[in-house]
Design a protein around this ligand. Structure first.
Ligand SMILES: [Fe+2]
Ligand SMILES: [Fe+2]
Length: 164
């Protein structure tokens, strides 16, 4: 087991955390557990690079989007962007995570989420989250563009035959 995984092994054993995998697409083709694991992994390496507490970074990263939209705040995308950090932070507190971890979660959507990251570790997770979703955007955006071009060049009926 790699180091970053050993930091979150106890969390990954929990069915309520693993439930994240069943949320369907979070960013493009990735489910929310895949997204959180990717942010955790990148946070580990970024954290090491800048001398941050990597254990705190990795635990916060895994739980940063641990929420389930069944609340009125999530009726629209803007509401979700503003509120989900607080909900995920509260959920993590419920699991017994300390303020060092939950504060990172609460600030990961800055500037949308209004509260600015206040520690080196919080900036690490903020950066990792943004790099991961931008990577997903570029990857699937490129795929979308190629698929549309295929349809344009060879006819709409051919669009469906495009293979990534
Ligand atoms: Fe988020
Ligand atoms: Fe995220």
């Amino acid at each position: 087991m790699r180091r970053f995984e050993s930091y979150i092994d106890d969390l990954l054993q929990r069915p309520e955390v693993r439930r994240l995998a069943r949320r369907g697409a979070h960013h493009f083709s990735r489910n929310r557990l895949q997204h959180c694991l990717a942010v955790a992994k990148l946070s580990y390496y970024l954290g090491r690079l800048v001398g941050a507490d990597t254990r705190v970074c990795v635990r916060a990263a895994l739980l940063h989007d641990w929420y389930f939209e069944n609340r009125h705040e999530h009726q629209n995308r803007v509401g979700a962007n503003v509120h989900h950090p607080q909900i995920a932070a509260r959920n993590a507190r419920g699991l017994g995570e300390p303020a060092a971890v939950t504060d990172i979660i609460a600030t990961h959507m800055w500037p949308y989420g209004r509260i600015r990251p206040a520690s080196l570790e919080a900036w690490v997770v903020w950066m990792a989250d943004n790099v991961v979703w931008l990577t997903d955007l570029l990857a699937s955006g490129g795929h979308y563009f190629r698929k549309k071009m295929y349809g344009f060049l060879y006819g709409p009926s051919q669009e469906a035959t495009y293979a990534a």
